[in-house]
Design a protein around this ligand. Sequence first.
Ligand SMILES: [Zn+2]
Length: 217
Amino acid sequence: MSEEINYKKLIVDSGKKMVGSGLTVETWGNISAMDRSTGLVYLTPSGMDYSAITEDDVVVCDIDGNIKDGFRKPTIEKDLHLAVYRKRNEVNAIIHTHPIYSMVFATQGRDIPIITDEAAQVLGDTIRCSKYALPGSRELMENCAEAVGEKANACLLNSHGAVCLGKDMKSAFKTAKILEMTAQILYMIEASGGKPAGISPENIAAMQEMMKSYGQK
Ligand SMILES: [Zn+2]
């Protein structure tokens, strides 16, 4: 139930989890969650150590970016998060990180295709790499929304990092983990002189259908 979520606590806990997971280093990367019942977006503050932030440091804004609560400066990628929430109604959590293997492809401006069953089930579509734009710019926000498209649960930001989406924070972390794993596998395939065998569009669609009813009721 969305009304039971303490969104500020969710952001604080997720920041610690992001750093602990090795998905990013220092103060890079940022996290947000959206409460669709109130239209409010909760964001990590700009340039603060994730192990030290408290609920008071979380910045709250509306979908147009007007600050509603909090005294910190929000992450410089605030508008990028908002653009994704505007484009994709089913997305309620976003994690932006700079993980090594995803960066191998982001720095080459390369897409990451669906090469494993997990990627088909979790990533949703080919993970496209955006055109380059400066951090925090309007252009980066537009390029990110374009790269993420209608179906993919993540995109790469050219020479910068990854943006991972989920219907909730747990799903966004799952996306982040599977994206980095897929990038690592692709890197290792190429390093060993190989090529991924590939999965047919029919089988990708079948797995995505299967996932809708997967697990316990
Ligand atoms: Zn970044």
